[in-house]
Structures are given as structure tokens and as C-alpha cells.
Design a protein around this ligand. Structure first.
Ligand code: FPP
Ligand code: ZN
Length: 343
């Protein structure tokens, strides 16, 4: 069946062709300085992840020395909920597994994992697993494959996910086999994955499921060719990638797709030069930062995924990024954490 293509036209003459890294660093260092800024106020509900996006971009740009380490670590402490063991997006909000992963990622990047209340975080992750192996995002019970990824990534970064045959299951604190079964049950006939069994294939959720399988080293359990075919179909004539058929290209999908293809050992299934050109064209040459599409307003979310995707595509001047964790590979190596990447 033919799919309708929706795409953008990029002006070849005026499009930015080089990575404007200094501008992006300035943009991120200024971001959040004005507590009354409208956009900053309206993103309070995801602040912890916002801090992870800013910190990760600065780290990948080799500018970690420009950040005030204690500001990040104090913020994490303020967001910790001692009764559940999890972290919230902002002080006073409810804890959630998404923000718990972001908090652990921030601490890991700042080499401060040992400051975290690891036993309590593990208790929180474990409390969210359902009998069918799936994970809820918080105590209100929404189930999504994003939360399966967050659960195992959090445990792995804390050094609390044990995959060796000699380890017994109680070491893992979660039921790993049922967690794997649930994620595998979300693979569709087209090769993609959705948020739950039978849910529509979506590139963001494919990253979560492939990332989950990479963390637990079970990538061999899936049909990689059909999945990589679906992912490669995401590339549009502009060079950009969409997240589902008939959607516009978007810089964040450069990350969700290229990281998944990299974990599957099939990065070459898309045209990386054309993708690079699309990502670079989505930079804001005046303010710095990346937007979803050329000409739109930039934000830290599209900035981290633009920069991280460029790193996976071999852009010089950037630290190597882990396709599994979306963090500098050197941080992952320092922790001694491994994930499966097919060659
Ligand atoms: C698109 O969302 C993206 C996803 C569904 C994946 C999100 C992944 C996580 C939260 C896991 C943690 C991530 C990292 C990098 C460590 P969207 O709401 O923008 O989708 P839409 O484009 O369909 O609106
Ligand atoms: Zn996007």
C-alpha cells in the first residue's frame, strides 16, 4: 500500500551546513536563567528530563566544565521522594519512573552515582512492575514500553541489573524474564514496536524496546531485518526522518531511529549524509539550538537529540554517544556498564 509522503523543502542556498556548536552551548547556558520565561514556566512538569537534556548536550559538546555541578545535584536531591524511593520532575510533584531515570543519568554524567540512595531507587523501580512483566510509570498505573526501558536502564546505571547466568533472579529485584516477554509481545507484524501489545508502531517506542533489549542483551530475540526495513522507510526526500508513516520529518526522530538502527548494527540502512544535512538545516543560526524542522523555534529537547544523532553519525568535535543510554559513552564505560550492540 502506498503511503502519503509529507515533507519539508529545504532551501539549499541558505541552509546552515556546519555544526554551530558554540551557539548551541550559549543557548543552553542561557536557557532557564529567566525563571519568568513563559516556555520555562510551562515546562516545569518535565524539568528533571530538561536538565538531563541540557547536561547531556553540554557533555557531548565537551563543555561539562561550564555547568554548576551542585545546582544539578541539589535539584536532584530536592526532587527525591523518600517514601517511594523515586524522583519527580520538580519539587512538590509526584515521583515517576521517567524522572527517576533522568535523575540517575544526571548523577552518572556528573560522576556522582555514589551519592544516590540506590537501595531506595531499586525499591521504587521494583514497586512499579506488574505481574505480566510490564512497568507502570508511577503509582497511578499507566503502562507503556517507555517505562520498561526506564526500569532496566535505571537499574543498569546503578549497577543493579545482573544478567550473568551465575546471578540469581533475586539479585535483579525485578522479574527479568517476564519483563522481556512483555516487551517482545509489543512487536508488530511490520517489525516495529508500540507502547503496549497491538499498539501502533512508533519510532520513539522502538527506541525504548530496542534499548530495553540492548540493556538486557536480548537483541537476538527479534526480527532485526523487518524492524530495520520499517525504520529505514522513515527517511524522506528532505533527508529527515519521521516517527511514523505519513508524518512530517522531525529532528528528534533522527535520534530515535538512528540509535535503534545503530543498536541493530544497521546504521547504513539510511542515507547518513542526507540525514546530517537535514539535522544541520534545523539549527537556529541566530539563537542557537535545534528545532524539529528548519525554521521552527529551537528547544533543549530537539537540541540534545540533534547533537546526539550527529555524534552517532560521526560528526567531529563531539564525544561519542551511547546509542542505548543517550549519554556520553565514556560515562557508561566509567560505570562499567555494558549493553548489546549488534555489528
Ligand atoms: C516521541 O514522543 C518519543 C518517545 C515516545 C520515546 C520517549 C523515550 C523515553 C521517554 C525514554 C527515555 C529516553 C532517553 C533518551 C533516555 P512524542 O510524544 O514526541 O511523540 P509524537 O511525535 O508522536 O508526538
Ligand atoms: Zn520532535
Amino acid at each position: 500500500m502506498a503511503n502519503l509522503l509529507k515533507d519539508v523543502v529545504i532551501d539549499e542556498k541558505s541552509r546552515p551546513k556546519q555544526l554551530l556548536l558554540e551557539k548551541h552551548v550559549d543557548y543552553l547556558l542561557k536557557y532557564g536563567k529567566d525563571a519568568n520565561d513563559f516556555e520555562f514556566c510551562t515546562t516545569e512538569y518535565l524539568r528533571m528530563s530538561g536538565m538531563y537534556w541540557v547536561l547531556t548536550t553540554l557533555a557531548v559538546a565537551k563543555k561539562l566544565d561550564t555547568v554548576q555541578r551542585d545546582q544539578f545535584l541539589d535539584f536532584i536531591d530536592e526532587c527525591w521522594d523518600s517514601s517511594s524511593g523515586g524522583y519527580s520532575a520538580c519539587p512538590g510533584h509526584d515521583p515517576h519512573i521517567l524522572y527517576t531515570l533522568s535523575a540517575v543519568q544526571i548523577a552518572a554524567t556528573l560522576d556522582a552515582i555514589e551519592r544516590l540512595p540506590s537501595d531506595d531507587i531499586v525499591r521504587y523501580v521494583r514497586s512499579l512492575q506488574n505481574p505480566d512483566g510490564s512497568f507502570a510509570g508511577d503509582r497511578w498505573g499507566e503502562v507503556d514500553t517507555r517505562f520498561s526501558f526506564c526500569a532496566v536502564a535505571t537499574l543498569a546505571l546503578l549497577g543493579r541489573l545482573h544478567l550473568d547466568d551465575n546471578d540469581n533472579d533475586t539479585d535483579n529485584n525485578i522479574d527479568l524474564e517476564s519483563a522481556v516477554r512483555f516487551v517482545l509481545s509489543c512487536q508488530n507484524f511490520d517489525g516495529g514496536f508500540g507502547s503496549r501489545p497491538n499498539a501502533e508502531s512508533h519510532a520513539g517506542l522502538i527506541y525504548c524496546c530496542v534499548g530495553f533489549l540492548s540493556v538486557v542483551r536480548r537483541l537476538a530475540s527479534i526480527d532485526g531485518d523487518t524492524l530495520a526495513w520499517w525504520l529505514s522507510e522513515r527517511q524522506l526526500p528532505s533527508g529527515g526522518l519521521n516517527g511514523r508513516p505519513e508524518k512530517l520529518p522531525d529532528v528528534c526522530y533522527s535520534w530515535w531511529v538512528i540509535s535503534s538502527l545503530t543498536m541493530l548494527g544497521r546504521q547504513r540502512w539510511i542515507d547518513s549524509d542526507r540525514l546530517k544535512a537535514y539535522i544541520l538545516a534545523s539549527q537556529d543560526v541566530e539563537t542557537g539550538g535545534f528545532s524539529d524542522r528548519p525554521g521552527d523555534l529551537p528547544d533543549p529537547f530537539h537540541t540534545v537529540f540533534g547533537v546526539a544523532a550527529l555524534s552517532l553519525l560521526g560528526e567531529p568535535g563531539l564525544l561519542q554517544v551511547s546509542p542505548t543510554f543517550c549519554m556520553p559513552q565514556q560515562v557508561i564505560d566509567r560505570l562499567g556498564v555494558t549493553s548489546q550492540i549488534l555489528s
